[in-house]
Design a protein around this ligand. Structure first.
Ligand code: ATP
Length: 235
């Protein structure tokens, strides 16, 4: 079974067509990356898969559940990290993860796992409003992965993180995938995409312009790395 099946997806905001007939599948157990310039439609596609936006045309299924007709079932299986997510700043990191865990039955191991993923050391007991941008992002990634969702949808998971923190988060994502989560992410970072993703789709102006594994795409375009593929395809 595919983790995600996107079929001829169209999304209009009023008259403006942000997504113009996109189809792709995400296999269970893989890390699939959407890359593309600003405004390409990545966030729109991720929000639709996360059951947060209405479809204009086409269909999307998550583990064979229809994201519109069976949204409640889909929501039980997924987690979603928005691009611009915030956390409750008056809570400590630990309190925040405990609060989120209550939605999933409040298991203590879940909070412990979240704390381990966030890896904030003693600062986990400080108020979130004393955290740096990178610390908040790590806490939010921990929140998205601590309950071992079947599918985690991560919109630019490492945005705003320094090189070391970003690499840590990528390792966390890889580890979570080994433990059974499928990951669909978006990124502007080509190194990240190459390092992390089993397959990628390149999106431009609401259309998929290229799709495949980083290796396949590099070979096809005679490119040294995914960045070069991207630049060649976007020309
Ligand atoms: P970025 O890399 O900058 O985050 P993106 O690929 O995630 O971009 P989207 O946020 O999906 O792109 O936006 C796709 C297009 O849809 C853009 O032209 C954007 O301006 C437009 N758009 C997004 N949300 C809305 C909205 N609520 N109303 C109108 N237009 C929107």
């Amino acid at each position: 079974m595919n983790a995600v099946e996107v079929n001829e997806l169209v999304k209009k905001y009023g008259e403006f067509e942000a997504v113009k007939g996109v189809s792709f599948n995400v296999n269970e157990g893989e890390i699939f990356g959407l890359i593309g310039p600003n405004g390409a439609g990545k966030t729109t596609i991720l929000r639709i898969i996360a059951t947060l936006l209405q479809i204009t045309e086409g269909s999307v299924r998550v583990f064979d559940y229809d994201v519109e007709k069976e949204a409640d079932e889909v929501r039980k299986l997924i987690s979603y990290l928005p691009e611009d997510a915030g956390a409750y700043r008056n809570l400590t990191g630990r309190e925040y993860l405990s609060f989120i865990a209550t939605f999933f039955g409040g298991k203590k191991e879940m909070v412990e796992r979240g704390i381990e993923i966030a890896n904030l050391g003693k600062r986990i007991d400080d108020k979130i409003d004393t955290y740096s941008k990178g610390m908040i992002r790590r806490l939010l990634v921990a929140r998205a992965l601590m309950n071992k969702p079947k599918l985690s949808i991560l919109d630019e998971p490492t945005s705003g993180l320094d090189v070391i923190n970003a690499q840590e988060v990528r390792k966390i994502i890889q580890r979570t995938v080994k433990e059974g989560t499928t990951v669909l992410l978006s990124s502007h970072n080509m190194l990240e995409v190459e390092f992390l993703c089993h397959r990628i789709a390149l999106i431009n102006e609401g259309r998929i312009v290229e799709e495949g594994s980083p290796e396949e795409l590099k070979e096809k375009h005679d490119a040294k790395n995914v960045e070069e593929v991207f630049l060649k395809v976007m020309k």
